[in-house]
Structure formats: structure tokens, C-alpha cells
Ligand binder design. Structure first.
Ligand SMILES: [Zn+2]
Length: 297
């Protein structure tokens, strides 16, 4: 599941390639992915200019020029893909574009559609020069919201670990008086927004804390180290490309660059990079925890 680094990388790409473009056409292929009736959704969104794209936790927010917002969450397997159309002679309707993309005999397009990171759920034509695909929004969604509706949604989220005013010390305050195991707490978006399974495992390894440790037994020095590790790991991952397998566009060779840097996540059975003991995997609160019993206590 994409976490803060992957969504931040999407945000940067979207700001570079999609910001200030007008949504010239919309095709809702998976009706459940939008919060309005499909024709109503299209009527409201078509013609709108995308003024900005921001991120909060794992959410991306498209700011539209009518004062409304498009809020998207990728959930487990949602992915974005941008296809520039400037070199093609396809018509301007996304419906046409899409059917051409699927049926086209044009070898170039056939090659490009293969790169789509999943089944398209929603397709945007942008300023008639590119197409943005929201793929595999099986549990994910794209909702058209008023500002007050957006605020209600975002109010439920905890602190964004990359917010400019946030540091490790500020995050340690959140643990005061808290009970239960540390890993589920880290992954709860009401505490910290945008940290999921991969980066919670990595931060705990970095801090030498077992995923099952009770919060009440974690010392203040360990708490500071945990959040310092978390922030450094998230920032490193953004700098190196995050862990998403699928590129944002056919030219994107940056995405996924952090995959080879994981020290425990998805490395069960392999030797610990610090002590050579075998990395363990077990279920903690319904999610896989990866850890080294020698380096973490
Ligand atoms: Zn170890």
C-alpha cells in the first residue's frame, strides 16, 4: 500500500505535469470509485482547472478552480499513470482516447497501454494533451467535495510526519499515556497520518524496538530515536523514489528506487543486514511485522 513517501512522489509529479491543466474530459469506468452519480460527477469536473495538488497523510487533494476539491485515496492497490498524447493523432474525447488506446492497431499505443499499472477506474483528459489514469481503485476512490466536506474528512487524521513544524520530539508527546503495542499505534492514521506497514517496520528496526513492545515500556530516549528514524526513513525514501513498483509514466525510472533499501520489511528469512541473524515475520494486530530479535528488544 502506498504510504507517505509514495504519495509525496505522486504529489510532486502531479504538480510538475498536471497542475494548471484543465480537465477536458472524464470517463468513470468504475462507478463506485466516485461519490456522485457518474454523469453528475463528469458534469461538475469537466472544464475545471487543477490549481494545485496537495497531500495529507495518504490522501492527495486536487484543488479545482470552482472552489471544490477532488480527494483521492489509493488504498491497497490504487495507482496513477500519466500518458502524454502530444504525439498522437487521436481525437479529443477521453472515451475516444480510451477506446483507441484499448483497440488501437498503433503499435506505439499498444506498447503504452501495457504499461498501465492496473485496470483503469477513472480517466481524465487533461488540456487535450495528456491522459491521467486512476487505476485499480478497488477500495480506493476519487471524491468531489466542498471545502467543509473535505475538512471533516481530514480532521480525522493525526499529525503528518512530514509537516514542516513537526520534529521527533513533538511526535514523542503523542505517546504520553498511551497503551498497547507500538506497531499498531504507529500505523493508526488517527495518530500519525500516512505511515503503514512498510515504514513502521523499518522505523522500529532503526530504533531497535520490537513491533510488539508495549508503549508504556518504551523509554523517552527510545521514543525520540523511533521518531527520528521514522522521519529520516520517510525523507530518504522520497529522495530515492519510494517503494512503488509501478512507474507514474513511461519515462519514469525514479519510482521504486527505495525498494532495495528496506532492512527488514519483506525480508523474512533473509539475514539481518546488521547482525546476520534471520529476519522474522509474524502477525501483529492483523498485519505482517518484520523484525530482528537480536537487534530489536
Ligand atoms: Zn539484527
Amino acid at each position: 500500500m502506498p504510504e507517505v513517501p509514495e504519495m509525496e512522489i505522486y504529489k510532486d509529479y502531479l504538480n510538475r505535469w498536471v497542475k494548471n491543466k484543465r480537465i477536458s474530459d472524464v470517463n468513470v469506468l468504475r462507478l463506485k470509485s466516485v461519490n456522485l452519480e457518474s454523469t453528475d460527477f463528469c458534469r461538475r469536473v469537466i472544464g475545471r482547472l487543477i490549481k494545485d495538488i496537495t497531500r495529507r497523510g495518504k490522501y492527495l487533494i486536487f484543488h479545482l478552480d470552482d472552489g471544490h476539491f477532488l480527494l483521492t485515496h489509493m488504498m491497497l492497490d490504487g495507482r496513477l499513470f500519466l500518458l502524454p498524447m502530444e504525439n498522437t493523432e487521436i481525437g479529443h474525447s477521453v472515451n475516444e482516447l480510451f477506446s483507441e488506446l484499448v483497440k488501437s492497431n498503433v503499435e506505439d499505443l499498444r506498447e503504452r497501454i501495457k504499461e498501465l499499472p492496473g485496470k483503469p477506474s477513472i480517466v481524465f483528459g487533461l488540456s487535450e494533451d495528456s491522459v491521467l489514469f486512476f487505476c485499480s481503485l478497488t477500495l480506493g476512490y476519487l471524491h468531489y467535495l466542498r471545502q467543509d466536506e473535505l475538512e471533516v474528512k481530514l480532521k480525522q487524521l493525526g499529525i503528518d510526519p512530514l509537516a514542516p513544524t513537526i520534529n521527533a520530539k513533538a511526535l514523542t508527546q503523542l505517546l504520553n499515556g498511551k497503551k498497547g503495542m507500538i506497531k499498531p499505534w504507529l500505523m493508526n492514521p488517527k495518530n500519525i497520518a500516512g505511515v503503514g506497514n512498510a515504514y513502521s517496520n523499518e522505523a522500529l528496526f532503526g530504533a531497535g524496538i520490537l513491533p510488539t513492545r508495549l508503549i508504556s515500556t518504551i523509554s523517552s530516549a527510545e521514543r525520540v530515536r523511533l521518531f527520528e528514524c521514522l522521519i529520516v526513513i520517510l525523507r530518504d525514501s522520497i529522495r530515492l523514489g519510494g517503494d512503488m513498483e509501478e512507474p507514474f509514466a513511461h519515462w519514469d525510472d525514479f519510482t521504486g528506487g527505495y525498494n532495495s533499501y528496506f532492512k527488514v520489511y519483506d525480508r523474512a528469512g533473509k539475514p539481518c543486514l546488521v547482525c546476520q541473524k534471520v529476519i522474522q515475520k509474524s502477525e501483529v494486530a492483523g498485519r505482517n511485522a518484520f523484525f530482528c530479535t537480536h537487534c530489536q528488544t
